[in-house]
Design a protein. Structure first.
Length: 199
């Protein structure tokens, strides 16, 4: 199958699926679908990113870049209800699911947008960006998201990335170190790295 979830309009037949996930002490319900990343469950990398995230020390909104059906943005927006979360994905099926999942979980401080990387918010400034980047879309796309994140972050803003070692964590670290003042590996677990970069 040549098509994958990093597609504007997935051609694969819709087959909705309902899941329940415990994230940061909250039980949330999500509808997922074919043609969207990790249809059957909230994937391990996203869960690790959600659990590792720390609220930024500066004021401002937060971006979930590559939001899929919404587990990262919705779970954190539910906890940090004083901040607005922008949830972005190139996949229109994913953004429709994310919008509906936010409503279903009564999370109202989110704005869901269809966006190639972070192009839809390139004129805004944020306190934090989170991403579980679309590895299958290739290194250029992944590194493009990291560059876009640096562009939209405020001074002292933070970028949080989850990436597997075997899927490019070392090169992602190198890329981040070229752009950011401070880069650290916050967590390493089961081959996954949680990277935090401060602008």
């Amino acid at each position: 199958m040549s098509e994958h979830y990093y597609t504007k309009n997935p051609g694969v037949k819709s087959s909705p699926n309902k899941i329940i996930a415990d994230l940061r002490g909250q039980q949330l319900q999500f509808t997922t679908d074919s043609g969207v990343f990790s249809k059957k469950e909230v994937d391990f990398g996203s869960k690790l990113l959600i659990e590792s995230f720390e609220e930024p020390k500066i004021e401002g909104d937060i971006v979930d870049a590559g939001c899929g059906y919404g587990p990262i943005g919705i779970s954190l927006a539910s906890e940090f209800s004083n901040r607005c979360f922008y949830m972005l994905d190139i996949n229109e099926r994913a953004t429709e699911l994310a919008m509906n999942n936010a409503i279903k979980n009564r999370v109202h401080n989110v704005t869901v947008m269809t966006s190639d990387q972070l192009s839809a918010v390139k004129d805004k400034q944020f306190a934090a960006v989170l991403t579980n980047p679309p590895i299958r879309a290739g290194k250029d796309v992944v590194h493009g998201i990291l560059e876009d994140a640096h562009h939209v972050l405020k001074e002292r803003g933070t970028l949080w990335v989850v990436i597997q070692k075997k899927q490019g964590a070392p090169s992602a670290v190198k890329k981040l170190e070229e752009m950011f003042e401070q880069v650290e590996t916050v967590v390493k677990k089961k081959g996954y790295y949680i990277l935090k970069a401060v602008k």
